[in-house]
Design a protein around this ligand. Structure first.
Ligand code: ATP
Ligand code: MG
Length: 234
């Protein structure tokens, strides 16, 4: 059966014609017939610059280099979802618990991890708070709406809670911490937590229920070494 389409000479001529038409339209003929490729995630420079303005100056150039922290960053990148425009957005993921003594670089690694995610093109809304500020925020203050502020922290896609367990512990601080951690635990929202307390002290200082949740939900990184702030002279 000699159909027009199956005549190899006609098919070749048709292709040649198509190539010439594409060339006239300024389209590189080399791309004709190639499968459409989804764009690879590009480093999100705008988001990184915007984020940099919210990162404390001391940590604006922080680069995460701890292997456990980098493993967690990879996990969150893998868990990230594609939105309707193909952009990567943060989704449910495990959390990161950064432990270590004073000055070992926990906050540096935490901001480094946030910068790494932003730099990898993961669009994320994030907030950072120290646990001392968290507890102060939850106390009744004129003109403030602690419940609304708590809801925002509970729901933010990525939350950094710095210095967990710092400050004087009380029933009130234990309850506030439990409430925030429990919400994020149930919703599987990624949270970065830093603390000077040891794994053995977790239950005693934060309460059994919070400690139990942290053990299950967190990827743990323990930083060792000297206090990086200590000047040789004192
Ligand atoms: N990997 C690093 N490279 C360069 N500087 C670092 C690094 N890690 C930490 N630093 C610097 O060392 C100092 C202490 O770091 P950081 O504040 O992160 O410690 P920390 O463990 O959070 O301390 P604390 O327990 O008191 O909160 C800071 O000045 C920080 O900029
Ligand atoms: Mg710190």
């Amino acid at each position: 059966m000699a159909s027009r389409d199956r005549d190899p000479r006609r098919a070749g001529a048709g292709l040649q014609g198509l190539v010439e038409r594409f060339a006239r339209l300024g389209v590189d003929p080399a791309v004709i017939g190639q499968p459409e490729q989804s764009p690879a995630p590009q480093p999100n420079r705008d988001a990184l610059e915007l984020a940099a303005s919210r990162i404390p100056p001391l940590y604006q150039d922080a680069v995460a280099n701890d292997p456990q922290v980098l493993a967690w960053v990879e996990h969150v990148k893998q868990a990230a979802r594609r939105g309707p425009e193909g952009q990567l957005g943060i989704a449910r993921a495990r959390s990161l618990l950064l432990l270590g003594e004073t000055g070992t670089g926990k906050t540096h690694q935490a901001y480094g991890a946030i910068r790494a995610l932003l730099g990898a093109g993961v669009r994320l809304r994030w907030q950072a708070i120290t646990s001392v500020t968290l507890h102060a925020m939850m106390r009744p203050r004129p003109g403030a709406d602690p419940e609304r502020e708590m809801r925002e922290l509970e729901r933010t896609p990525l939350l950094l809670v710095d210095d967990l367990g710092a400050g004087r512990a009380s029933e009130f601080t234990e309850e506030t911490t439990y409430r925030l951690i429990n919400y994020r635990y149930e919703q599987q929202l990624p949270t970065i937590l830093t603390s000077n307390i040891t794994p053995a002290e977790l239950s005693g200082l934060l309460g059994d229920r919070t400690a139990s949740r942290l053990r299950q939900m967190c990827h743990k990184a323990v930083l060792a070494g000297p206090d990086r702030r200590r000047a040789p002279s004192f």
